[in-house]
Structure formats: structure tokens, C-alpha cells
Design a protein around this ligand. Structure first.
Ligand code: ZN
Length: 312
């Protein structure tokens, strides 16, 4: 018989949260301070190649930080370099080394951030999320959205400014909020399948917030659009940085007011109510190939189900 006794509580931290770094947002505007940190022999650099990170594999998998010496040529050539933060008085930067061939990596591997997160300790996964989102934003924001002229990096990577004299518009890294929700009714949970999901997986419904919309309104709109269910009360459970490329997943539970499902075939191929026992089983099977199952613990949908099974 399924029950929630053997289901772990919500992960703490949620994957991609829990960075150990102090982001020193006041200090990083000080160009003298920044220059000193960039040339300090203790400073550590995380190269990203094509948004992949170097991971030392083995029992104690960890990020492969490099000293400045190994990257100084690329840094002098203007490789994008952003401050991740300070830990124990040591500055940590991420450097985009995509312009050069990927450096050889003895005893390790270049991993995409999702694979890295499944391999690395939570703190390192959080660092990769910050580095990936930031460098990806710089890659795609070389030109001003106001006047079309080139922009340049400022504030150790936390803004870009237009270089055109008449414009000088400042641009900030994006974080795009996404509501992701379990909808509950009479002890059951609504989950759906998008056609792109791997076979067997059912997940929480989700959608981007729109301008002028509260989180609660976005939850109600998405559930009604995708499954035809009206939702009343909405409660916040947990959030997750999702660096593909720069979302913030906002996890909620919504109380359904109606139960008849009308699937929006453009968004979902299936949506169903699952009982408590079924949800417990799907959480347990999340790292197998069984059907049906929930996404793995890396996902906020999985963590929301754990929260609900534990009484949230
Ligand atoms: Zn401009």
C-alpha cells in the first residue's frame, strides 16, 4: 500500500538555490575594488565553454575552478567575466571561454548545467545556475533594446549600458517568473503531460506570468486555459531559480472549485486527477522508467508533490 511515510521532505535547498557566495552588490560597483580582486592570486575563475561547466568527476564531484594565470590571455582579449561573489574573503568569477577551443580537462568533463546539477553538491549546482544565466544574458544582449547600438558590461556583469552618447540606456539581467502549480480537489492532484515530455511522465502545469498579473491570477489563468478547471485559493510553497535561460519557478498549490477537465490540446496531450496513493507512487518512481511517474527531484514539480504529501 502506498503512503507518504517513506517520501522525503522538500529538498533544502531546492536544486539551483543555496549558493554559498555573498554577492557583494554594493562593492561590485567599485571598479578599483573589482580590479584588485581580478588580479588577486587567491581569486578563482570558473570557465564556461558553450555554457558548459568543467566538473571534476569521482566520489567527490566538484567544480573545477582555475587560477587567473590559465585564463589571462582570454581575459585580456575581453572574454566576458562576471563576479559570482565572495566566500571566505576569496572572489569567484565566471568567464565565458567559448571564443577559444575548450581547454583540456584532465580527470573531468565539461557538463551542461542540468547534468552538472545531478552530479554536483547543491552549493556547486547553485553556482552553475548563476553563472549560466548571467553569461547567457550577456551573450544575447550585446545591443541596446532602445536604440540598437552596442552595449558594454558594467557593475561586474550585473548591468549593461548603451554606448551611444544620446542614449546610455542601462539594461539589467532578466529573471522571468513562471508559475508552476499543483491543483488539488477532494484529496486528488491534477497533473498533465506535454507532448515533449519523456514517455510516462506527468507533471505540474506551468506558465509564464504576464505583465500586470499577480502570481495567484497567473495560476488561475493557466489552470483554466490548459485544463478548464476553475481555481479559488492559491498558496505559495517554494521557488526555484531555473537557468534555462533565466526563469524563476514559483511553486504554488491551488484549490480547485470545479473538477471536470477540458484539455487544451495545443498545450497538453493529457491531464488527469491522481489520488494521494498514486502521487506517492509517482514520486517514488520518479527516477525510474515506470509509468506513470513524476519528474525527478531536480524539478520543482517533484518538490511540490513532496510538500503536498507532507501536508502543505
Ligand atoms: Zn541605446
Amino acid at each position: 500500500m502506498n503512503d507518504s511515510n517513506s517520501i522525503p521532505p522538500v529538498a533544502n535547498p531546492i536544486t539551483f538555490a543555496g549558493s554559498p557566495f555573498d554577492r557583494v552588490s554594493a562593492l561590485r560597483k567599485d571598479t578599483d575594488w573589482l580590479d584588485t580582486r581580478l588580479h588577486d592570486s587567491k581569486t578563482r575563475f570558473l570557465p564556461l565553454h558553450d555554457l558548459k561547466v568543467p566538473v571534476e568527476l569521482g566520489r567527490d564531484a566538484r567544480l573545477n575552478w582555475r587560477p587567473r594565470g590559465e585564463l589571462s590571455m582570454l581575459l585580456r582579449a575581453g572574454a566576458p567575466c562576471i563576479l559570482l561573489g565572495m566566500e571566505d574573503g576569496i572572489a569567484h568569477f565566471a568567464v565565458d571561454v567559448t571564443a577559444a577551443p575548450a581547454p583540456r580537462h584532465e580527470g573531468g568533463k565539461w557538463l551542461d548545467v542540468r547534468s552538472a546539477a545531478m552530479t554536483l553538491p547543491a552549493a556547486d549546482a547553485a553556482i552553475t545556475a548563476q553563472a549560466r544565466s548571467m553569461l547567457d544574458w550577456h551573450n544575447r544582449h550585446g545591443f541596446c533594446a532602445v536604440c540598437g547600438q552596442p552595449t558594454r558590461m558594467e557593475d561586474a556583469g550585473y548591468s549593461r549600458r548603451c554606448t551611444a552618447d544620446g542614449c546610455k540606456a542601462q539594461h539589467f539581467p532578466r529573471t522571468d517568473p513562471v508559475a508552476i502549480m499543483l491543483t488539488v480537489w477532494d484529496g486528488k492532484v491534477l497533473l498533465g503531460r506535454q507532448p515533449r515530455f519523456v514517455p510516462g511522465v506527468f507533471s505540474a502545469l506551468a506558465g509564464f506570468l504576464e505583465p500586470g498579473e499577480s502570481i495567484e491570477e497567473a495560476v488561475r489563468r493557466e489552470i483554466f486555459e490548459e485544463a478548464g478547471i476553475k481555481v479559488g485559493a492559491v498558496r505559495y510553497i517554494a521557488s526555484q531559480p531555473w537557468p534555462f535561460p533565466s526563469s524563476l519557478m514559483i511553486g504554488c498549490i491551488g484549490e480547485a472549485l470545479t473538477s471536470e477537465i477540458t484539455v487544451d490540446q495545443d498545450e497538453l496531450e493529457d491531464a488527469r486527477w491522481f489520488t494521494r496513493d498514486e502521487i506517492a507512487s509517482m514520486v517514488r518512481l520518479s527516477t525510474t522508467q515506470e509509468t506513470p511517474r513524476m519528474p525527478p527531484p531536480l524539478s520543482l514539480a517533484h518538490q511540490l508533490a513532496r510538500a503536498w504529501l507532507h501536508g502543505a
